[in-house]
Structure formats: structure tokens, C-alpha cells
Design a protein around this ligand. Sequence first.
Ligand SMILES: *Cc1c(COP(=O)(O)O)cnc(C)c1O
Length: 416
Amino acid sequence: MKYQHLSQQDSAVWEIIKKEEQRQNEELELIASENYVSPAVLEAMATVLTNKYSEGYVGRRYYGGNYNIDDIESLAIERAKKLFGAEHVNVQPLSGSPANAAVYMAFLNPGDKVLGLKLDHGGHLSHGHRVNFSGRLYNFVQYGVNLQTGIIDMAEVREIALREKPKMIVAGFSAYSREIDWQKFKDIADEVGAYTFADIAHIAGLIAAKQLTNPVPIFDVVSTTTHKTLRGPRGAIIMCREKFAKQVDSAVFPGMQGGPHDHITAAKAVAFGEALQAEFVDYSRQIISNAQAMAEEFIKFGYQIISGGTDNHLMVLNLTNKNLVGKEAEKILEKIGISISRSTIPNDPNSPLNPSGIRLGTPALTTRGMKEKEMKIIVNFINQAFQNKDQENKLSSLKQEVKELCNNFPIPTKEK
Ligand SMILES: *Cc1c(COP(=O)(O)O)cnc(C)c1O
């Protein structure tokens, strides 16, 4: 009974948490940015470290009593350095978007020109979308993917860079299924004298496990969330060359944030420790094999995948030829206990709120121990749901099948 205080003291909160745990256990999570953390990561988050204020950095805090916090932050930094081969790491960013805000603050002035990937081509809001702080504070110009191939057109990136002369080039994505040519980005940036910033939020785990190319030795600065393929607590880190350490650190604190979340720092250290184990390499390989098996099965059923397949953990499906839009697909799948996220397709004729596609990923399914065989079963569930979208009976029997599959693959939880 590890949660006895919460369950006895506040049943209103506890009941909701239990329900969410049940939902996570009984439903399939195909949202590419989600994962299940280990019991050890969960435990680290639920500790007294949350009680502490630690503004500042190791050995230079603005509050007393931080000698244990210094140890935990140092450990997280050392492990992250080892994992990514980074010269300098800041483990304090509260999440991905604040980390990116700190990166921009460290290298740019408001109004400076930045080159980033278009949101509807797979970029992230914080890469210059007009509704986001990034698009409001900085002068973003954007590159996209080739509409025929669905792959980033490096010749176009170079052309735009030469024409626009940005102060920074951002590479990274939320919905792109191919390898990024980091070196090519660096060469282009060098030609125009721009800083290089890689946002590896989605693929950090696959990079840590050496399944995808690592931009850390190539780029000036790299940010990542810790809660996606890296399978840690919600949060982020920034990695950079030693010569940028000071400006990055002071952009995070006091520039962007106050006190770090020390319990989350501890959980980051635990997650990095897990990612340094050999099993994490097997896990990452399986994520990619599973995504490729899933993509193949979708193609068999006549679905269109942007770029025709995947090199990583995710894929974007254009549902136009299936007479579906993203939101409708999301609703149908929710009825059978499958969570996905709607997604734009490149140059989407529909709005971002109701785009033409969906994005699917395998990190969470793979954490549960599912393999290629289960991917095929799941694609079959999805296809059947779409084909029988108006038949409530069929949908509820599919929901039952989803639940039965889930029963064989329990999620990692604290109580065991
Ligand atoms: C998820 C993501 C982020 C933002 O992370 P939050 O923690 O949700 O703020 C930033 N950049 C990219 C590329 C992402 O995929």
C-alpha cells in the first residue's frame, strides 16, 4: 500500500488517479510523444526533493541547505553527458517549450531571424509558429518538406538560408519520420554564419541508444524533452558546447525560470541511468522495428504514409483517400480504446484543429513489451474501426479485443 496516505486522505483525487491508471492499462497508447516511465522513475518523482528551493547551480545556490540537491543535479548532469557525449548539460528546464525559449534567449535578441521547419510539415509550435512566443518574439522564416517525397529538401533549406541569412537554423520535429542530415544542416549554417540548434525532443531516446545519428557533437546547442522516447519524467535538458555554457545557463536561470524541480531532476537522473543500460538499446531497436512493421501493415491496407515509411518511432498517415479527417479518426479510435493524435499533412488544405492526417508512434506500446506481431493486430483493429465507424456493435466488440490484448501487457506502475 504505497499510496495509503493519498487514498485515505483525499478520495476525490485518488479515485480520478485510479481511473486514469485503469485507462492507461486497458487502452492502447499510440501517441508518438507519450511513454510509460519505470516504477523507479515514478518513485523518484514522489519524494521530499519537491520541498526544496535551489535557484542557481551546483555550488552556487541562492538558498542554503542545497548540498544534497547539488549531488543529485551533478549526477543527472554526468549521466546526460555520458549518454549524449555532451560537453555541457543544463538539466533544469521544466519542459520542452521553456527549454527552447531559453535556447533562443541565450543566442538571439528579439526580432532576430531564425530558420525552422513549418508546423504543418512536422515542425513544433516553438519553432516559430505565429501563435507561439517563438513566432511572436523572433523573425522566423520556414522551410518545408518536398511535397512529392515528404522528405526535407536540403537544397531548399540552403537556398532559403543563403537568401535570408538567419542568425540561427533550427532542425528537429514533432511529426517527421525520416533521419535528419545534421551534418548538412551544419554545413549550410557555416556557409551563412548561423548558429545550429537541434530540438531532438521526439527522438532523444533513439539517439541515446545510438539507433539514429547524434547531433550533439555536430551542433552548437541541442534541446530535448525527457519524457518522450527517453522515457523519463516530464521535463527537458539543454546540451551545448562548453563555450556556450555560461550563456545557456543564465538564459535558463535567471533568464527564464526560478527554482528547478529537484524531484524531477532526480527522476531525470534515474531515467538517464536506465538509458545507459544495454536493455535500453534493445528497447530502442524494438521501437523502430515496431514502427516499421506498423507502417508496412498500413501500406498493405492502402493507407498513405508521408514519405512512404519510417526510420524512427513515428509515422504520419494522410487519411484523404480513406475519406476521413484527423479529428474524426481520433474520435472513432477513442471509442475502441486507442489513443492517437491528429496531425497536419504537408501543405494541409484543412485547419490544424481538424487536419487531414493522424500521427502514430510505438514508444509506449514497445515499453509494454509488444512486438511486430502485436503491431499488425493493432493496425487491423484500426482499419476495422475505420471501415465500421458507424456500427456501434462492431466498435464495442473491437474495444473488448483491445482490452484483452492490453491485459497481456500490463503497464509499469508503482504498485506491484
Ligand atoms: C514535444 C516537443 C516540444 C515541447 O515539449 P513540452 O514539454 O510539451 O513543452 C518541443 N519541441 C519538440 C520538437 C517537441 O516534439
